[in-house]
Design a protein around this ligand. Structure first.
Ligand SMILES: Nc1nc2c(ncn2[C@@H]2O[C@H](COP(=O)(O)OP(=O)(O)OP(=O)(O)O)[C@@H](O)[C@H]2O)c(=O)[nH]1
Length: 651
């Protein structure tokens, strides 16, 4: 299900709500929607019957599958006759294609307990290390979390990090062992692992199969009995926590909010603590899991509001909204997202830049962790420099631009943000290689260059420990430490948890792929920010016939400069078409050439076959040649087809 489908669905949904026939809901039970619409009196859901919770887990441990079962069990979506619903909350095409959750989704479910309807608000979270920010954002609106662990794989690197995020937020954690239907499941061993790693009492662990539905009813029971109700007050001044945004092309920014105190109704005038701007609520409702408009949102509830916000900058994630004239102290937001990886994004056809910029702005409304700034390159023209949470995030954003906005783009090699320390003590962050000072440039006043460092955690079966150590050392890792996570069993070997610090730049390229392939897929990996350290770095530029190509500049560690220089020069030699003259291709650091290849000349005289001096024919051929050249980028005297940039920059 992609964005355009969603907005169509929304339009269909909104019309009948004003009193027409019922829409046909793909996948969703229309009878449950009808009931919901007729009987949805939001004021009946007082805080004591509300539970706000998330599902947290390592990637692929079954969050989206469990969410599907919960939605089915509560009648929020209809059970498919042909089989089960699959990843209903994974709405983006990229999520369905890759089988990963990228964007956290919210779904409100209504289910009776002890004869009383309860409102259960589930906030699905992504599992990949790049999207940890989405996880912490989702948890900000919850009182509890289901900690899901695959009973065949056990505790993995992100299980540890999400557990700590939830613990820090003071959430009630319900441990759940999933995939117990698998022959390789070892519930007792994994339960013991959860006890030693997290101090969880095995008696508190629920065992389920999200795939078959076994044990899922008990999960719902536990959500109601173990997770505390929100402590929200009806009579206190309105306080709404903005934790996510969506974008609808007709209604602008849609904000997802958690009502901490008070009641919000359609037509209410609200203001933002962050921007101080004022709005009128045009529409209010809950996600069921598609939007259902209601009259109001009451204390403790989670839902959406549309209030004619046009710009993404107006909707600040972590903001507190209040009633106009009745200010409230803002709630503590949460750690803003921090871009780890930057890359230039350019249109293949330079004249498409305005369209591309508009598409990027729209897309950043649904992916608020992307940072955005204009830049230009002499080789690629006008473009943007975007900051991402990691390389998977970058790849997902690229695919969404292509899928949802039909964009045709070139992305430059990813760079991490480096810190320059100047003689006068000032510091500056540089995320574009072209802004990096040249080595030996006495005028640059830079006394020190620092690079971002991360603390990496790898969990791996002991037989792969040696290759993992080698991999880490080859990526400049230091302070390696390890301990056993468990003692294994007859069926599986012991697992080791390895920690080290290493430069972020070493993991943003192919580290994750290497880790997976060297461990036959068994290693799991997570990392967290560990500040900056001084490093011996230099800017490498590539020259074609003596002219530097700005779009290809790189920051490299000196220990790897020769290897990188040679590899890139070779790659350039393979993709650049021969010219009418000989072209030296060089990699240089400062004035020193590190590597060189020479592209031999290919003199193509288009008029060669036209002897006899037929002037008009000769001119026509020369004209044709000129047309072809328009599609080329000119670097000094060298013509480079746009596809060559594609070939060079794609990995
Ligand atoms: N056998 C079995 N397979 C399961 C079970 N639960 C989930 N799976 C499968 O495990 C894979 C991953 O499930 P997802 O629900 O997509 O996992 P996820 O945690 O949402 O993944 P991300 O959102 O990408 O982190 C899918 O192929 C599911 O069909 C289960 O209980 N038993």
């Amino acid at each position: 299900m992609n964005i355009s489908w969603r907005s169509t669905c929304l339009r269909v949904l909104l019309r009948p709500l004003k009193g027409g026939a019922l829409p046909a809901f793909r996948n969703f039970s229309s009878s449950s929607r009808l009931d919901a619409r007729k009987s949805l009196r939001m004021e009946d859901f007082t805080p004591d019957v509300i539970r706000n919770f998330s599902i947290i887990a390592h990637i692929d441990h079954g969050k989206s599958t469990l969410a599907d079962r919960l939605l089915e069990l509560t009648g929020t979506i209809k059970k498919k006759e042909s089989g089960k619903n699959e990843q209903v909350l994974d709405k983006l095409k990229v999520e369905r294609e890759r089988g990963i959750t990228v964007k956290a989704q919210t779904a409100s479910m209504i289910h009776p307990f002890n004869g009383k309807p309860h409102l259960l608000n589930l906030i699905d979270t992504p599992g990949h290390v790049d999207f940890a920010w989405e996880v912490s954002r989702s948890l900000a609106a919850c009182q509890g979390a289901l900690l899901l662990v695959d009973a065949s794989q056990g505790v993995q690197a992100q299980t540890i990090s999400v557990f700590h995020i939830a613990k820090e937020r003071g959430l009630t954690i319900i441990p759940v062992l999933n995939k117990i239907d698998l022959p390789a499941a070892q519930p007792e061993l994994i339960a013991a692992q959860m006890q030693t790693t997290f101090g969880i009492d095995p008696a508190d662990i629920l065992s389920i199969s999200a795939k078959t539905g076994k044990g899922v009813e008990a999960v719902l029971q536990a959500v109601v009995s173990r997770i505390p109700a929100p402590e929200s007050k009806k009579d206190a001044p309105v306080k709404a926590f903005l934790f996510d945004t969506l974008y609808d092309r007709y209604r602008g920014v849609i904000s997802l909010v958690n009502i901490q105190d008070g009641i919000l109704r359609k037509g209410d005038k609200i203001a933002s603590c962050h921007t101080r701007k004022k709005y009128e609520i045009a529409e209010i409702g809950i996600m069921h899991p598609e939007e259902i408009s209601t009259d109001m949102l009451c204390p403790g509830q989670v839902g959406y509001i549309a209030c004619n916000m046009k710009e993404s900058s107006e909707a600040h994630i972590g903001d507190t909204l209040h009633r106009v004239g009745i200010p409230v102290p803002p709630m503590p937001g949460f750690k803003p997202s921090k871009a780890m990886v930057y890359a230039g994004v350019y249109p293949v056809d330079s004249s498409d830049f305005p369209k591309l910029e508009e598409s990027i702005k729209r897309l950043t409304l649904t992916d608020r962790s992307v940072t955005f700034q204009r830049e230009s390159s002499s080789a690629l023209g006008q473009g943007t420099r975007l900051g991402f949470l990691g390389t998977l995030h970058m790849d997902v954003f690229r695919q969404r631009l292509e899928d949802e906005y039909d964009a045709n783009i070139i992305i430059t090699a990813p760079t991490v943000p480096y810190k320059l320390v100047y003689r006068d003590g000032k510091e500056r962050f540089v995320s574009n290689p072209t802004e990096f000072p040249d080595t030996g440039d006495a005028a640059s006043k830079v006394v020190e260059i620092q690079e971002p460092i991360v603390k990496a955690t790898i969990i791996v079966p002991e037989e792969y420990f040696g290759v993992m150590m080698d991999l880490c050392y080859s990526r400049r890792a230091e302070d390696l430490e390890h301990r056993y996570l468990d003692t294994g069993s007859e069926a599986s070997s012991s697992r080791i948890i390895l920690t080290c610090v290493m430069p972020l730049s070493e993991i943003v390229t192919d580290f994750f792929d290497q880790l997976k392939s060297l461990s036959s897929g068994f290693a799991s990996f997570d990392y967290e920010d560990a500040g900056y350290l001084k490093s011996d770095l230099a800017k490498m530029v590539f020259l074609l016939n003596g002219k530097p190509v700005d779009a290809l500049a790189l920051i490299v560690h000196r220990s790897a400069q020769d290897t990188i220089g040679r590899a890139w020069v070779k790659k350039l030699h393979e993709v650049i078409p021969r010219q009418l003259f000989e072209v030296p291709i060089q990699a240089a650091i400062g004035k020193k050439v590190i590597a060189r290849e020479t592209l031999s000349a290919n003199r193509k005289d288009v008029t060669a076959g036209l002897y006899g001096g037929h002037y008009e024919r000769k001119m026509k051929h020369l004209e044709n040649q000129k047309e072809g050249k328009k599609r080329l980028k000119r670097i000094g005297t060298v013509d480079l087809p746009q596809e060559a940039f594609f070939d060079i920059l794609k990995r």
